[in-house]
Design a protein. Structure first.
Lengths: 154, 291, 413
C-alpha cells in the first residue's frame, strides 16, 4: 500500500491509481472484510472509509476525494431491501442517480465512480469491484484535470 | 394596477398585514417595493418587467423583514411554486402570508427591458408557460393577459448541444464559465429556496467547499448547489439574472430538473402537499448505474 | 505573513481604522482630477492605425495587453487580448472593474509541504508580467490609485504593488454610460486623469494622448514612432466637456456634507429601512472597483501539502462579522448597508483623505434587488443639506432613535 497512499505516480513512472471507497458498515464493509479473511487477491489501490449507511454518503464526499487527490471513487452499500435502517440506500440511490448525471453534464466523467451493492456474503463481488475499478481508472489515468483546477493566479 | 394599489392600501389600513412586498418603478426599471404605509401603495406596479421572484423575501434568512408581522406579497403564477416550496419545507406558514396573485402573460429577461413582449425578448422560462391565473392565492388581480409569444426554448437547445459533446469538450465549456465565478453568493442569496440558516459553503471547519473562488471550488459549489436544489428549483431564473459574472446557471438547474422529471416523474408544483423527490423514494427507482 | 502590526483602537462600528495622528497618515497626492483645466500634461496624437500597430508592437515584445472585450448581450469584460481586433474600446463599461488585475479574486500567497517532521514553504512568485491596460475607464483607473493608500498603509502589500509597478494604465475618456453614472458627484469625471499613466480622448481619426506619468512617458518613448508630436486640443476638450455635463445631470452631491451627516447620524432612523430590498449577496462588492476586503484561508491539497490563499470577501454577508461566540455585531442587512455607505463615504475619507467610490454605478447595475447607490446618495445629500451638521473630528453619536419604519427613498432622482 505504501506507494499508492502517498502518490499517484510511482517512482517507476507507471501510474498507480488512488481510489477512495465509501462503504456502509453493515453490508459492504463486512463483505470487504470477508474478501480479506478469505485471502482473495485484490489490487492494493483502494482505501476504505466506513460509514453507517449509504444514506450518510454525501455526494460532496466524492468531490472532496477527487479534490484531495483520488483518481477514482467506489460507493457501495446494502442491496435494496437489505438496508439496516430500512430505506437509507433507497434515499441514497436517488441522490447518486441525479449526482451522476449532473457531473456528467459538467464534463466530469462519471466512470471515475463505481456505484455498487455488495452484501456481507459477497466477498468475491467486492474483490471484482476493486479490481475492475482499479483497472478502469488505471486506463483512464490520473484525475489531475479536476484537482488541478485550482491553479496559481498570474 | 389600481386594483393592486387599492388592495394593498386596504390590507395595510385595516392592519391585516404590516408590509406589502410588490414591484415599483425604480431608477433602473422595475424593482421590488416595500410598502408599510397605506399612503405609499400608489407606488406599486405590475407589468412585464416585474421579473423578480419576491418569494425570496419570505425566506427565514431575512431577519430585517421579520418584525413587520404578516406580510402580503405579490406573486406571478410561477412564483407560487416557490411559496409552496417554503411551505412544503416548513420554512413558512401559509397563514403568515397573504398572496396577491397577479395574472401574468410572461416577462422580459431583465427588469430594465421595456416594450411589448415578442418571441425574441421573452424570458426563456416563460416559453410555453400556461399559468395565466396564479393558483392558491388569497387574491387574484389584473386582467387576463394573452399567452406569451411562442418560440423554441433556448436553454433546452443549449442543453441538447452540450449533451451532444464529449466529456472533454463539456468540461472545457464549464471550466471556462465557472472560472469567472468569484463566489459573491448572489445566486444563493436571491434564491427563494436557498433557505439554510447556515450554508454548507460558509462552513470553515472542515471547509466542505473550499472558500477560494478558484475553478475547482467553483465546480464543487455549483454542483452542490444544483444537487441541493434538485426537485426544489422552481426555475425562476433569479440566480442567473443576479450573477455578476454572467454564468449560465439556469442551464445547470434546467438539466437537473430534466433528470428529476425523467427519473422520478416529478415536476416542481404549486401544491405544498406533494413531497419533493429527493427525500422520497420508490423501490423500483432506476439503478442501471449500480453494479 | 500575518503582519498583524499594531491595532488602532476600534470605533463605534468596530472597524479597524483608528484615528491616528498625523504621522500615521500616508502622503496625500496633489493630483488634479480634471485635465485640460490647467494641468501641465504633455499631449500627443495617436492615429487609429498607429494604435493598432502599437498593440502589435506591445504583444510582439511579450507585453500582456488587457482591454475591454465583447462578453455578449452588449456587455464587455476586461480580458487579456491576443490581438488588437479583440479589444472593444469605448463601448460599454466592463461588467467587472480593473481591480482583479491587481487583487485577483483568489491568489496563492505561499504553498507548504510536509515531509515527515519537516515543513517546506514555497513563496508565491514575486515577479509579475509586464502589462498594459488599454481602454481602461477613468473610474476604474482612479480606483486603483485610491486603493494604493490602504494597500500601502500599515503593511506594504507586495503582490498589489508588484502588479502595480508592472502595469501601465492607458485610460480612454468615457462618454458617460447611463443614468447610474455619478463620477462627477464624487470629485472625478468621465475624463478624470487620476490613476492613469496615459489618458486618451477619442477625436476624429484617432486619439488625443495626455502623458500623465513617467511610466506613461516611458511607454510613449519606447514607441515614439507611433505618436505624432502635436494635437489640436480643442475637439478633445469639447468631447470631454459634453461628457461631464451629461454625467453631472445624473446626481449632484457634496461628499463633504454627506460625510458630516454620516458621522453624526450612525443611529438615524433611515438606517432601519435602508436595506429591505437588499438580498445580502456580494454582487455589489464583486463588481465594485474599490471594495478590497479579503479573507485568508489555508487549503490542503492532497495529503501533505496545501496553499494559503487570499480571496475577495464582502461586508454584505453575515459571516463577515460573525463572532465565534455566535454574536454578530452587525445584526441585519440594514446594518451592513450602513457599514458599506460609511466605509465608502466617511471612514476611508477620514483615514486616507479620499472617497472609496469612483461613481462607476456598477453596484446599481448589478444589484438583483434594485438597491441604487446614486439614489441613496441623493437621499443622504438631501438629509445632509436640510440638517447640516458641523464636521468635527469626532462628533458624539446621538441616542438611538425609535423603531419607526422609514420607507426607503423612492422615486426617480
Amino acid at each position: 500500500m505504501s506507494e499508492a497512499t502517498t502518490s499517484t505516480e510511482t517512482t517507476a513512472g507507471t501510474f498507480e491509481p488512488r481510489i477512495q471507497a465509501f462503504v456502509c458498515n453493515w453490508c459492504t464493509y463486512t463483505g470487504a472484510d470477508l474478501a480479506g479473511t478469505s485471502r482473495i487477491p485484490m489490487a492494493p489501490n483502494v482505501r476504505i472509509i466506513r460509514l453507517p449507511c449509504t444514506g450518510r454518503i454525501d455526494t460532496l464526499f466524492i468531490l472532496k476525494a477527487f479534490e484531495r487527490g483520488a483518481d477514482g471513487v467506489i460507493v457501495s452499500g446494502c442491496h435494496p431491501n437489505d438496508c439496516h435502517y430500512a430505506a437509507g440506500n433507497f434515499h441514497a440511490r436517488r441522490r447518486f442517480a441525479v449526482f451522476r448525471e449532473l457531473i456528467d453534464f459538467l464534463g466530469l466523467d462519471p466512470d471515475r465512480i463505481t456505484f455498487s451493492w455488495v452484501s456481507a456474503s459477497e466477498g468475491k463481488k467486492w474483490s471484482e469491484i476493486v479490481n475492475d475499478t482499479t483497472e478502469r481508472i488505471r486506463r483512464m489515468g490520473p484525475f489531475s484535470a479536476y484537482r488541478g483546477l485550482a491553479g496559481r493566479t498570474p | 394596477m389600481k386594483e393592486l394599489q387599492d388592495l394593498a392600501a386596504k390590507l395595510l389600513a385595516e392592519k391585516t398585514v404590516g408590509l406589502v412586498i410588490g414591484w415599483e418603478q425604480g431608477p433602473r426599471g422595475a424593482r421590488p417595493a416595500f410598502v408599510a404605509d397605506p399612503k405609499d401603495a400608489g407606488r406599486l406596479i405590475f407589468d412585464n418587467r416585474c421579473v423578480h421572484n419576491l418569494a425570496a423575501y419570505l425566506s427565514p434568512r431575512r431577519p430585517h423583514l421579520r418584525g413587520f408581522g404578516r406580510i402580503a406579497v405579490a406573486v406571478k403564477g410561477c412564483d407560487v411554486r416557490a411559496v409552496a416550496g417554503l411551505v412544503r419545507e416548513s420554512q413558512l406558514k401559509r397563514e403568515d402570508v397573504v398572496l396577491l396573485g397577479v395574472r401574468c402573460g410572461g416577462v422580459h429577461d431583465e427588469p430594465t427591458d421595456a416594450g411589448p413582449l415578442t418571441a425574441e425578448n421573452l424570458a426563456d422560462r416563460c416559453v410555453g408557460c400556461e399559468v395565466r391565473e396564479p393558483p392558491r392565492c388569497d387574491h387574484v388581480l389584473g386582467e387576463l393577459p394573452p399567452a406569451p409569444p411562442s418560440r423554441d426554448g433556448r436553454r433546452a437547445g443549449r442543453i441538447a448541444e452540450l449533451d451532444a459533446l464529449d466529456h472533454a469538450a463539456r468540461f472545457a465549456f464549464w471550466r471556462q464559465e465557472l472560472s469567472r465565478c468569484v463566489r459573491c453568493n448572489a445566486c444563493r442569496q436571491v434564491c427563494p429556496l436557498c433557505t439554510c440558516e447556515r450554508c454548507l459553503a460558509d462552513k470553515t471547519d472542515p471547509p466542505w467547499i473550499e472558500s477560494s473562488p478558484h475553478t475547482r471550488a467553483n465546480f464543487a459549489w455549483h454542483a452542490t448547489r444544483a444537487l441541493h436544489l434538485a426537485g426544489r428549483c422552481v426555475d425562476c431564473g433569479e440566480c442567473e439574472r443576479a450573477c455578476p459574472a454572467g454564468i449560465p446557471l439556469n442551464l445547470i438547474g434546467r438539466k437537473v430538473a430534466a433528470v428529476v422529471e425523467r427519473r422520478f416523474g416529478y415536476r416542481t408544483t404549486d401544491d405544498p402537499q406533494v413531497p419533493a423527490p429527493i427525500g422520497a423514494w420508490k423501490p423500483d427507482d432506476g439503478q442501471e448505474f449500480i453494479r | 505573513m500575518s503582519g498583524e502590526g499594531k491595532k488602532p483602537p476600534m470605533d463605534t462600528d468596530g472597524h479597524r481604522y483608528g484615528k491616528g495622528g498625523e504621522e500615521e497618515k500616508p502622503q496625500m497626492d496633489t493630483d488634479e482630477h480634471r485635465l485640460g483645466e490647467g494641468g501641465g500634461a504633455t499631449t500627443r496624437f495617436l492615429g487609429r492605425g498607429d494604435l493598432e500597430k502599437l498593440v502589435a508592437e506591445l504583444l510582439g515584445a511579450g507585453t500582456r495587453v488587457v482591454a475591454p472585450v465583447d462578453a455578449g448581450k452588449g456587455e464587455t469584460e476586461y480580458r487579456v487580448v491576443g490581438q488588437f481586433t479583440d479589444a472593444k474600446l469605448g463601448a460599454a463599461l466592463p461588467r467587472r472593474s480593473l481591480k482583479e488585475f491587481f487583487l485577483p479574486p483568489t491568489e496563492e500567497l505561499f504553498r507548504w509541504r510536509r515531509d515527515g517532521a519537516g515543513l517546506e514553504l514555497q513563496e508565491a512568485p514575486a515577479s509579475f508580467p509586464a502589462t498594459v491596460i488599454l481602454g481602461a475607464f477613468p473610474c476604474d483607473a482612479a480606483a486603483v490609485q485610491t486603493l494604493d493608500k490602504v494597500m500601502g498603509w500599515d503593511y506594504r502589500d507586495d503582490p498589489w504593488f508588484g502588479r502595480r509597478e508592472a502595469t501601465t494604465i492607458v485610460a480612454l475618456a468615457c462618454n458617460g454610460q447611463d443614468g447610474s453614472c455619478f463620477c462627477t458627484a464624487v470629485g472625478l469625471g468621465p475624463d478624470a486623469a487620476r490613476g492613469s499613466d496615459l489618458l486618451l480622448t477619442a477625436v476624429r481619426d484617432g486619439y488625443e494622448v495626455q502623458v500623465l506619468t513617467a511610466k506613461g512617458a516611458a511607454l510613449v518613448g519606447r514607441h515614439a514612432a507611433r505618436f505624432a508630436e502635436a494635437c489640436d486640443e480643442d475637439p478633445a476638450r469639447n468631447v470631454r466637456r459634453e461628457a461631464c455635463t451629461r454625467v453631472s445631470s445624473n446626481l449632484q452631491a457634496t461628499p463633504e456634507k454627506i460625510r458630516g451627516w454620516l458621522q453624526a447620524n450612525f443611529e438615524h432612523p433611515i438606517w432601519k429601512g435602508i436595506a429591505l430590498r437588499c438580498h445580502g449577496c456580494g454582487a455589489c462588492a464583486a463588481v465594485c472597483p474599490t471594495c478590497h476586503c479579503f479573507d485568508i484561508v489555508d487549503e490542503p491539497e492532497g495529503l501533505a501539502e496545501g496553499a494559503r490563499r487570499r480571496n475577495w470577501d464582502t461586508c454584505q454577508t453575515p459571516v463577515f462579522t460573525l463572532h465565534a461566540s455566535g454574536h454578530n455585531p452587525r445584526a441585519d442587512q440594514n446594518a451592513r448597508i450602513r457599514q458599506r455607505l460609511n466605509h465608502k463615504f466617511r471612514i476611508y475619507q477620514e483615514r486616507f483623505g479620499e472617497l472609496l467610490c469612483t461613481g462607476c454605478g456598477r453596484c446599481a447595475r448589478a444589484c438583483p434587488g434594485g438597491m441604487d447607490l446614486p439614489e441613496l446618495l441623493g437621499a443622504l445629500e438631501k438629509l445632509a443639506v436640510s440638517a447640516p451638521v458641523p464636521v468635527p473630528a469626532s462628533a458624539p453619536v446621538p441616542a438611538p432613535a425609535g423603531g419607526a419604519f422609514i420607507p426607503p427613498p423612492g422615486g426617480a432622482r
